[in-house]
Design a protein around this ligand. Structure first.
Ligand code: KIV
Length: 304
């Protein structure tokens, strides 16, 4: 088996910026769109270099990075802070900022003002917001301001209390019909794409086929035009629970615990820092320093 060695730096240099228009073209060419969440500079850099089409600074931030029980406590300030870090790391991927709870529900005017901050202050290319028909006025106004909007229907975590938990949506005919109508309404309102979360596979496929804009699925099966995962689930960095639809590609939580444990033992047993991690002053400078403070006995230095 041959292993392909990726040169990440040249891979990024050759990458062109992904735009919302590219999303549309990819759907037309039946080319699947890859999207992942990121919340910080090094992760965004790695994703950009790995060729991920789009990075979502999701409000899942609240759960997987900030340790809240759900996404409801995440604020505009939290989101803008993390979006700025991601924008410093990623240059080619399409960057999407997730609008937090209560930043777009009060009025379309407040929604457009908050959406604008993601582009003007935080370097995002687009915003995402949750909800169906009830959000169409806000979406229209944001889009009319020149800001691309990604919709999000199915399981919408900001409505977890209304939905009665993190449950599959669109399980019966009436619910499925409502989701299909919502998808069409969001497309008509001007969304360039939409997330379908926790929806039965047949329904997600049908909605994707009905729409001209690309659907990005999470827990919605292989029939969507693209896929997104919460990166901490994919990397095994969030242990509170792992949804059934997640494919875990690494167990970084275990790796981190191992590394921290080894470091702690090295410190306790004087193995860290060793000589290669230590810098010394030149002998004559050291002597001159000792003379200057009138110390005639050189201090013993322990070399590992
Ligand atoms: O906040 C988030 O990470 C999301 C994805 C799950 C789509 O909305």
């Amino acid at each position: 088996m041959s292993t392909q060695i990726l040169d990440p730096i040249s891979a990024t240099k050759n990458r062109k910026k992904v735009t919302t228009l590219d999303f549309l073209r990819m759907k037309q060419r039946r080319q699947p769109i890859s999207m992942l969440t990121a919340y910080d500079y090094p992760t965004a850099l790695a994703m950009d270099q790995a060729g991920i089409d789009s990075i979502l600074v999701g409000d899942s931030l609240g759960m997987v990075v900030l340790g809240y029980p759900d996404t409801l406590s995440v604020t505009m300030d939290d989101m803008l802070h993390h979006c700025k870090a991601v924008a410093r790391g990623a240059h080619a991927s399409l960057l999407i900022g997730d609008m937090p709870f209560m930043s777009y529900q009060v009025s379309p005017q407040e929604a457009v003002r908050n959406a604008g901050r993601f582009l003007q202050e935080a370097g995002m290319d687009a915003v995402k917001l949750e909800g169906g028909r009830d959000r169409q006025d806000a979406i229209r106004l944001i889009v009319s301001a020149g800001i691309p909007v990604m919709g999000h229907i199915g399981l919408t975590p900001q409505s977890v209390h209304q939905l009665g938990g993190y449950r599959l949506q669109g399980r019966n005919s009436a619910e499925a019909r409502r989701l299909l109508d919502d998808a069409r309404i969001l497309q008509d309102a001007g969304c360039f794409s939409l997330v379908l979360e926790s929806v039965p596979s047949q329904l997600a496929t049908l909605i994707s086929q009905e729409l001209e804009i690309p659907s990005i699925g999470i827990g919605a099966g292989p029939g969507c035009d693209g896929q997104v995962l919460v990166t901490h689930d994919l990397l095994g960095l969030f242990e509170r629970f792992t949804p059934r639809f997640v494919k875990q590609y690494a167990n970084l939580s275990q790796e981190m615990t191992l590394a921290f444990n080894q470091y702690s033992q090295d410190v306790r047993e004087h193995r860290f820092p060793a000589n290669e991690q230590t810098t010394y002053m030149a002998d004559e400078e050291w002597q001159s320093f000792l003379n200057s403070i009138k110390r005639y006995q050189p201090v013993a230095i322990v070399n590992n």
